[in-house]
Design a binder for this molecule. Structure first.
Ligand SMILES: [Mn+2]
Length: 308
C-alpha cells in the first residue's frame, strides 16, 4: 500500500487509480484587463453556477468554493498596476490554501492570473516549481516584444523572470518557474521572439505540429516526466484556447486546429498521480462565447481528469 492510499468501506466505489483524498479549494480569478475581452471576468461565477454541484457529487474529494478575487478597476490605474495589485491578492489567497494543506484549483479569467497563482505556490513551497503549460500561445512576450501590450500574452516570460519589474517580483527571489522543469504543449500561434526567449531560458515546448506527429498521449507523458522531476513540486496551467475551438468555443482568443478534448482528457487521466502536484489553473474561460455550455463542462472534466 502506498503512503497515500486510503481504505474505503466496501459500499463505496473505489477506482483503481485512487490514491489520496484532498480538500480542493476552487479559487475564482475574475480578471480581464490582461486580456482581450471583458467577458472573461464572468468565467468563475458562471463556472460555479453551472458546474460546482456536479463536481462535488462526482468526486471522492471534497470541493469547496474558496471565493472569487475581483479585479479593482480604479480611475487612472494602468493595466499593469491593476494586474499587479490583482495578482498580489490572488497570490496570497493561493498561498494560504496550500499552507492550510488544501489543494488550490484556480479558474480564470484572462491568463495574466497565472502571475498571481504561481507566485503564491512558490511562496508556499519556498522555491521555483515545475510547470506543465498547455496553451495555443507561448505567452512569452515582454512589453518590448508584444504588439498588443496585453499582459495575458506575457505570463510565462514574467514567471521566468523577464518583463515589467512590477510583474516579476511577486513571488520569491528568482524565477517562479524552474526553467528546466517547464514545458509548453499545444502551441501553434506565436512570434519569433517567444521561442527565442524560451530557448534562451532552457524551457522546452511541443508545438501542435509535434503533437500531431508524436501523438498527444506521448507528448503529455514526456512533458509530465520533465515537470514532475522538479524537487519543489509542480503545477499544471491550462489555457482553454489550447483546445480545438469546436470542443471549447468559450475562449477569448480561439486558434483553429487545436487539441481534441477527449484526447487531452485521456492523456491527463493516464498520468501517474503525484503528491508533488501543488495546484491546477484553468484560464481564459469566456462564457460570452460558450453559448451551449460546452466549455464550462470541459473545465469540470479537465479538473476531474487531473485529480482522479
Ligand atoms: Mn495563455
Amino acid at each position: 500500500m502506498r503512503r497515500f492510499d486510503v481504505e474505503w468501506p466496501h459500499s463505496f466505489p473505489s477506482p483503481a487509480s485512487y490514491t489520496f483524498l484532498m480538500n480542493i479549494q476552487i479559487v475564482g480569478a475574475a480578471c480581464s484587463v490582461g486580456g482581450r475581452h471583458s467577458g472573461c471576468r464572468q468565467g468563475p461565477e458562471v463556472f460555479k453556477h453551472k458546474e460546482l454541484v456536479g463536481l462535488q457529487q462526482s468526486s471522492q474529494h471534497q470541493y469547496f468554493w474558496n471565493g472569487t478575487e475581483q479585479e479593482q478597476l480604479v480611475g487612472s490605474s494602468t493595466n499593469t498596476a491593476v494586474v499587479r495589485e490583482y495578482c498580489r491578492r490572488l497570490r496570497d489567497r493561493v498561498r494560504e490554501v496550500i499552507r492550510h494543506h488544501d489543494f488550490p484549483v484556480v479558474i480564470g479569467g484572462d491568463h495574466s492570473c497565472a502571475i498571481g497563482t504561481w507566485a503564491g505556490v512558490t511562496q508556499a513551497q519556498r522555491g521555483s516549481v515545475g510547470m506543465l503549460w498547455i496553451d495555443a500561445h507561448m505567452d512569452s512576450h515582454t512589453p518590448t516584444s508584444s504588439g498588443s501590450g496585453k499582459i495575458h500574452g506575457m505570463p510565462v516570460a514574467c514567471l521566468l523572470g523577464e518583463g515589467d519589474a512590477r510583474l516579476v517580483d511577486l513571488g520569491h527571489k528568482g524565477p517562479i518557474f524552474s526553467p528546466q522543469h517547464t514545458c509548453l504543449v499545444g502551441v501553434r500561434s506565436f512570434e519569433s521572439t517567444e521561442p527565442q526567449l524560451l530557448q534562451d531560458k532552457g524551457v522546452s515546448f511541443y508545438t501542435m505540429e509535434q503533437v500531431n506527429q508524436l501523438g498527444l498521449a506521448k507528448v503529455i507523458s514526456l512533458a509530465y516526466k520533465k515537470v514532475s522531476a522538479c524537487p519543489t513540486g509542480f503545477g499544471v496551467s491550462i489555457d482553454l484556447d489550447a483546445l480545438d475551438p469546436q470542443d471549447a468555443p468559450g475562449v477569448s482568443v480561439p486558434e483553429p486546429d487545436g487539441l481534441k478534448v477527449n484526447e487531452l482528457l485521456s492523456a491527463l487521466r493516464s498520468l501517474p498521480r503525484s503528491d508533488k502536484l501543488k495546484a491546477i489553473e484553468i484560464a481564459e474561460f469566456n462564457p460570452e462565447f460558450d453559448t451551449d455550455g460546452r466549455t464550462s463542462t470541459v473545465v469540470s472534466k479537465l479538473i476531474h481528469s487531473l485529480l482522479h
